[in-house]
Design a protein around this ligand. Sequence first.
Ligand code: ADP
Ligand code: ASP
Ligand code: MG
Length: 819
Amino acid sequence: MTHVLKFGGTSLADAKKITFVSKIIEEKSKIKKTAVVLSAPATITNSLEKVIQLSLIKDKNYKKEIENIKNKFYTIVQDIYKNNKKFLLKKIIKKINHEILFLKNTSKNIYLLNQCSDYIFAQVISRGEILSTQIMKNILFTKGHSVKLINPVKNILAEGNILDSYVNISKSIRKIQKINFLKNSIILMPGFIAGNKKKELVLLGRNGSDYSAAILSACIKSKLCEIWTDVDGILTCDPKIVPNAKIIKKISYKNIMEISNLGAKVLHPKTIYPLEKFNIPCYIKNTFNKNFIGTKISNYKNKKIKNIYPNIAYIEDINIFIIKTLNPKNINKIYKNLLKINKKNSIILFLSINLIHIPSINVYFKEKNFKKIDFIIKNLIFNKEKIYKKKIYKKISIISIIQNKLNKKRIIQNLNQILYDLNIKTMFDLQNFSNNSISLIIKSKYQNQIINLLHEKIINNYKIIQIFLFGIGGIGKTLIKQIHREKISLKKKNIVIKICLISNSNKILFQKNGIKINTWKKKFNTITTKYLKEKFLINKIKKIIKKNNFINPSIVDCTSSNELSKKYLYFIKNKFNIITANKKFNTGNMIDYKNIRKKTYTNNKKFFYETNVGGGLPIIQTIQNLKQTGDKLISFKGILSGSLSFIFGKLEEKILFSDAIKQAKKKGLTEPDPREDLSGLDVARKLLIIAREFGYSLELKDIKIKKILPQLCNSNINIQKFLQETKNFNRYFLKKIKIAKKNCKKIKFIGKISNTGKCTVQLEEVDIKDPLYEIKNGENALSFYTKYYQPMPLVIRGYGAGKKVTASGVLSDLLKTVV
Ligand code: ADP
Ligand code: ASP
Ligand code: MG
């Protein structure tokens, strides 16, 4: 039983890795007969290509590039042999020098002649594979193994394009089977290389060593092919773009073919055909996590595979040529011509034809092939056909979602949602480049963001909420804590909340992919940029919004800022939802009030403000439900202030007014300056919001406030002095309570809406039958007398203030924005 192991450039990048690979080979060869295919050390092939490109444009820097290559190999072998006898190092250095000399001579000729044939090109850029095989041969040899080298130029017969050939497998099998392999020898072969009929060196295409491994597996009748690389296997997406991509443990030949054809670099698409034809299972394994099982590619029927995740692949650096003609017949001819030409060249990635409107062909190709494609199109098409127009798009990416039995409806829905939210247009309609895929053609600058979002939505199935949090006082901070605490349980429901921006009135902490919650405070404190005016801060945030695209973003306003509330309309127009605990907007002028509701609807966004009244109590949603079902308000009466509910509750317990205020302040129930609570303005705002919710067109000035305190106190005195002065009101309130008690009533601070829509805020006596009679200790109570709820009103009662309940109200609003 034989198996083939292929090690890619990433596994051979330096001496340590090469030595590590040699150990894997030794281990494996103890168990089974082992054949090994090697790539060039990482980056070497690119450097070799650069040598040619520089020589061709007469740039003497090609010499520097050769020096780099030489140094890289020198460092590798010097590190490998640092503890060994010097003659071994000398031997291998000689081999390196030989190849470097070839490189110098060849590139000098290219430089002088200004040209480089494909044969020369192939010889030059395959030097990396030749040397890495030599290095590995020496390592294994010194460890006492017998090593048999296969020369692919002589034994792997390839046809077609010199730089991207296809192997004639049956002829290659015959050649390889003639070789006499010793029983215990390890077989080594450089990948990427083959030979043509004339025994000239040809290439199997960039990244083609995978293909070499599959071919060798077929030729030596191997039972297994292992592709060793730097990732755990085939993942749901390239981990360089999506770090938390998931492993796909089993995959069919057909599916991996589509994934690699649509860009997943982890396996060259040509590799699949020989594996499938000879039914050779293939594992993708991680050299740096060698005990992990990896991905098995086999002849699976998809029913047998659990967890068939969709896969997201991408191809970047694409250019598109659009050829248009008025005559559909021409289009068909051009299409066939291009297919024919591409059979030889294989530089066109995809061709798509569109016969509706003005007939056209889109030619998709890699940027580096621009000159060749331009030449082809000019010569082969423009001279013969009447071209209407030719257009070129550059810096394009194709992102594809691939899955067997793709749920197209769901994927298209998600795709459209993402594109809508991000305000990004696809360049063309969604394409089907393969049977089980949908591809999206977009500007490359959006590529990584879209891939990540697609991965979260389609593969992780996450519903994302991105937030910009304004205000980090009690409510804001508690909200952050609650989001952190609920993270895991939300994730179980596939909801992910990302706090992208945290701001107070002068600083901004921004992290597009989400701020780490456990370190946000530290980070925030280290910010040195401060905005002197809130206006400047908001302008900065506008810039952030313009520069970035967000998915399902929400503004969360936990401030009492007027300035910020004036920007709500701007945020809505920029596709943000608004969640606000700030009452300023909803108590601003009626024109803006109506306008934002219209704009929220037309922009398909949400504007939630449940915590404007009664903290976390379900007030706004209840009113909206009543209205939706045809109910009408007759009258309303409520205790809408937690601090005043507490203070007047204490008065009933015979506590003096001045002490009750102090206690309320100590408990954190009042504003820092209790005069704000006592002014009744906050209650008036809440009452206005309730009245407007029921359809009354009122302004704040229409709410009549009867002052709590019997006389005006000097507003110029500080808080401490004011607290002292409250003693002057003790007798007044004692008397009021006494009179009320005589009539079996209690004094409460109440907001009222009469049956004519008149709104008042005042102290009032309530009797025992009134639902507000028992309300104290900071509780709120709201009684709605409506067409449906009478004579007994609908009552909502509970704590209506405090950072915990309010933050949880904000969070619950936020969760309603999940899409
Ligand atoms: P090697 O040098 O071993 O041939 P490559 O760089 O050619 O390695 O291929 C491995 C790389 O493929 C990974 O490092 C990863 O960035 C990329 N890749 C792209 N798509 C995927 C995917 N779906 N699963 C795993 N890796 C992928
Ligand atoms: N070394 C070649 C390349 O970089 C082949 C390979 O690594 O598969 O394209
Ligand atoms: Mg590769």
